[in-house]
Design a protein around this ligand. Structure first.
Ligand SMILES: *Cc1c(COP(=O)(O)O)cnc(C)c1O
Length: 389
């Protein structure tokens, strides 16, 4: 089994062989068939490559093949965004009358699927404190079909015990889906702990250059076939150029992630000693309440940290305004550092009450890019000094 850097550079070659060194872009909505039999077969081939781009495209298949190899799954598929991935998956795998368990600390869009979309469709949901494995067990009902986990969670960097949740789910015949966006397959492989399906906002680290919206799902072929069936109806199709850009970004994932890890840890360590800061949430800090669990299931802790300031929202906002390198932006995972006030961003996806439950008002999320560590640390410390009176 080749190493991860070799996988990201070569795994797609057999997926759609060509003599071109860089994969060609199949910018076409449809493919022609030579006869009726081939045409009929193309219409029902899950994640095929040459029928109709909403059904599949060579650029999709190439990016998916690399992600499947990195995540250690039988199959993978790409979607138009991370939200397209999770929404298509839940619509495919649960029905009215079912029950789904998720986390209190989770990406705002995922929280909205759990709190707003699914209940409207007759699927009941329970959100639990992910730090407590027993909370997942207590939430199970005879109708529970699925558990959605996210670790580390956005934006509080709380950790879910993947093995405990996967074992519990398996014992009860419940499917598990893990959002692996923050960790990337370089830092954590959820299927190694028994999770069934992994998904990503590939907009973030997998693409890594803040120039594509994309999602991926990785897991057993039988489950992905069902999700693919529903994706034909949701039309969550990634454009061929974006799939090509995604693969181009993934090529350097193993080079980028260690730098993100170094920068995230350095910023977390520097800011946690600062008098303007009440608390830094970062699983790589020995002071993180779940540091040991993080060490057990992760190889690195990523570029994202969140910071609480002594002066609440005003001080957090002043800090954001003072930063020279991280720009104020909703995304993360690119080569450039970004920073955001999560409570403002979540407002697009959740009601005020739902946000107050999930995100402290004074929290700043920092997403360290791949800049030089010393520059990022000096910048963050200068901004913290400036807001500290
Ligand atoms: C951004 C993000 C998503 C949503 O992905 P999109 O590509 O923006 O649709 C889901 N989960 C996490 C953890 C994210 O950071």
């Amino acid at each position: 089994m080749p190493g991860k850097s070799t996988v990201t550079v070569h795994t797609d070659r057999e997926t759609h062989p060509s003599r071109a060194v860089a994969p060609p872009i199949y910018q076409t909505a449809a493919f022609s068939a030579q006869d009726a039999t081939t045409f009929a077969a193309g219409a029902v081939e899950p994640r095929g490559q040459d029928f109709y781009t909403r059904f599949g495209n060579p650029n999709h298949a190439q990016a998916a093949a690399v992600v499947a190899e990195l995540e250690g799954t039988e199959a993978a598929m790409v979607t138009a965004s991370g939200m397209a991935a999770i929404t298509t998956a839940v619509l495919a795998l649960v029905s009215s009358g079912d029950h789904v368990v998720g986390q209190k600390s989770t990406y705002g869009g995922t929280a909205s699927v759990l709190l707003n979309l699914l209940p409207r469709l007759g699927v009941s949901t329970t959100l639990v404190d992910q730090r407590d494995p027993e909370a997942f067990e207590e939430a199970l009902t005879p109708k529970t079909r699925m558990i959605l986990v996210e670790t580390p969670s956005n934006p509080l960097l709380q950790i879910t015990d993947l093995r405990a949740v996967a074992d519990l789910a398996r014992a009860h015949g419940v499917l598990t889906l893990a959002d692996n966006t923050f960790a990337t397959p370089l830092n954590q492989r959820p299927v190694d702990f028994g999770i069934d399906v992994v998904w990503h906002s590939a907009t973030k680290y997998l693409n890594g250059h803040s120039d594509v919206s994309a999602g991926v799902l990785a897991g057993p072929a039988e489950i992905l076939d069902r999700i693919w069936d529903t994706s034909l109806l949701t039309g969550a199709t990634l454009g061929p150029v974006d799939a090509w850009l995604l693969l181009r970004g993934i090529r350097t994932l193993p080079l980028r992630v260690p730098r993100h890890n170094d920068n995230g840890l350095a910023l977390a360590e520097a800011l946690s000693g600062h008098p303007a800061v009440t608390r830094v949430h970062y699983p790589g800090l020995a002071t993180h309440p779940q540091h040991k669990l993080a060490v057990d299931q992760m190889n690195g802790f990523g570029g994202v940290l969140s910071v609480e300031f002594t002066g609440g929202y005003e001080m957090a906002d002043a800090f954001l305004s003072r930063l020279r390198y991280p720009r104020r932006s909703a995304s993360l995972g690119g080569v450039e550092s970004l920073a955001v006030h999560p409570a403002s961003m979540w407002a697009g996806m959740l009601s005020d009450d739902q946000i107050t439950e999930a995100v402290p008002a004074g929290l700043v999320r920092l997403a360290a890019g791949t800049e030089d560590t010393a520059d990022l640390v000096a910048d963050a410390l200068a901004a913290a000094d400036a807001v500290h009176h």
